[in-house]
Design a protein around this ligand. Structure first.
Ligand code: ATP
Length: 454
């Protein structure tokens, strides 16, 4: 389990999430729906900031990527071609005594881990949610909620090629909901039955795949650190040949050290030409690529960096969580990267009189045109800082008696707790500079990938 002494536990994270409105249990007033979660006012901001950072870095900032938003419901043949109808299964066992169900590959012994009872033989359980399209509920109308967003990209490969003039090597990324009827969901947001994914399918010439696989491993491993996750809590783990999914030539997972142990944030697989080949065969449509320069026609190979959103969000929260002492008082502080923090600044009047609240509200309204900014006049200034520290707000702006004379405010930094005085008119520019997306560092592909694996 954990090798580092950190103040964080899953209980502290789930309590904070509920108390401050990051995450609520789905349908809570009806007793909750197992393993489904709702993002509250702060959670939805954090989630949007994560997906926007991903989109900006992987789609907008790159010449060789475009985006897509495909439908959740797809033709049932898609899932036959992709191998999901036949092969997207987990081995399921039941306890004959307490009737609980387990994934056979996650059990450490032959008995029920809950009651010690005898287990049934394992049988394969398909993880796709099935439903019906249209008014008739029969096999002809059976469709699936997609278990990954990737297939929406493969079936649109030719559409994107024909409409965007992209040339190989290039990739298509998308963010969207996926659904898996997991046998044993759990660990809060880590394994849920409805979740969001951020997926890239990067198409390359066969033979160039190994090099692109290394590049994407390095790039994605660096991305989590760029947004604040500590290097020592991340590792790249190569899959053994017995672990590989049915489509994969090779795969490495970016893993994070959660309080419950090292677990996958993102898988980066080399899918070869499996998907395009299967869709070509099943649909009868030619999905090959013609290289104008070399006059060659081939089926591209695919490198797939596939991340969830909930798992990285949980990792960002866990890694940011800290407890320390500020002004002689214990505080919880979320040291989130300012670009991910849900609320960017809080504006406080020192006193609830002398024109200070009115002045603070004007500042809030001006800044609100740029970022999510909040106003708080309740309680001592220390308590107000503490309330913001706990949700990761990077900047605290205080209006005091001097503000009323020279139009300057103090800006307090969440991490260093240092305060600097600055003119009100500089606030927006200053905060914008501090919240600007940083350009991804040019990475040394081989070195970074090697360092990451070692
Ligand atoms: P695991 O082995 O943990 O079940 P997986 O290897 O099946 O995961 P992938 O198919 O590689 O997962 O999916 C890519 C990413 O999607 C994962 O790295 C994870 O971040 C996210 N993901 C997959 N399943 C879930 C789930 N049930 N709940 C939340 N996120 C998920």
């Amino acid at each position: 389990m954990s090798t580092t002494s950190r103040p964080v536990t899953m209980e502290k994270i789930t309590n904070l999430c509920k108390r401050r409105g990051f995450v609520f249990q789905s349908s809570e007033i009806y007793g909750g729906l197992a393993s489904c979660w709702d993002y509250g006012p702060l959670g939805v901001e954090l989630k949007r900031n994560i997906t926007e950072a991903w989109w900006r870095d992987n789609i907008v900032a790159r010449e060789d990527m475009v985006g897509l938003d495909s439908a959740i419901l797809m033709h049932p043949k898609v899932w036959e071609a992709s191998g999901h109808v036949e092969g997207f299964t987990d081995p399921l066992v039941d306890c004959k005594s307490c009737k609980q169900r387990f994934r056979a590959d996650q059990l450490s012994g032959p008995k029920c881990p809950e009651c010690g009872g005898e287990l049934t033989e394992a049988r394969q359980f398909n993880l796709m949610f099935r439903t019906f399209m249209g008014p008739v509920e029969d096999t002809a109308s059976t469709i699936y909620l997609r278990p990954e967003t990737a297939q929406g990209i493969f079936v649109n490969f030719q559409n994107v090629l024909n409409s965007s003039r992209m040339k190989i090597p290039f990739g298509i990324g998308q963010i969207g909901k996926s659904f898996r009827n997991e046998i044993t969901p759990g660990n809060f947001l880590f394994r849920t039955r409805e979740f969001e994914q951020m997926e890239i399918e990067f198409f390359v010439k066969p033979g160039d795949d190994a090099e692109w696989h290394e590049r994407w491993k390095a790039e994605r491993f660096a991305w989590y650190q760029r947004y604040g996750i500590r290097r020592e809590h991340l590792r790249l783990r190569e899959h053994g040949s017995d672990e590989l999914a049915h489509y994969a030539k090779g795969c490495a997972d970016v893993e994070y050290e959660f309080p419950f142990g090292w677990s996958e944030l993102e898988g980066i697989a080399n899918r070869g030409d499996f998907d395009l080949r299967r869709h070509s065969e099943t649909s009868g449509k030619d999905l090959s690529y013609f290289d104008e320069e070399t006059r060659e026609r081939y089926l591209p190979y695919v490198i797939e960096p596939s991340a969830g959103v909930g798992r990285p969000l949980l990792a960002f929260l866990v890694d940011a969580y800290d407890e320390d002492v500020a002004d002689g008082e214990e505080r919880i502080v979320l040291r989130l990267d300012p670009r991910l923090a849900p609320v960017k600044a809080a504006v406080f009047p020192l006193l609830r009189k002398a024109g200070q609240p009115e002045k603070a509200l004007v500042i809030r309204d001006v800044l609100k045109q740029h970022f999510l900014v909040t106003y708080d006049q309740a309680g001592s200034i220390g308590r107000r800082y503490r309330r913001q520290d706990e949700i990761g707000t990077p900047f605290g702006i205080t209006v005091d008696h001097q503000t009323m004379q020279d139009d300057t405010v103090t800006v307090r930094d969440r991490d260093t707790m240092e305060q600097v005085r600055m003119p009100v008119e500089r606030l927006a520019t200053e905060l914008r500079a501090r919240l600007a997306p940083s350009a991804p560092p040019p990475h040394d592909v081989d070195g970074a990938a090697r360092a990451a694996v070692e």
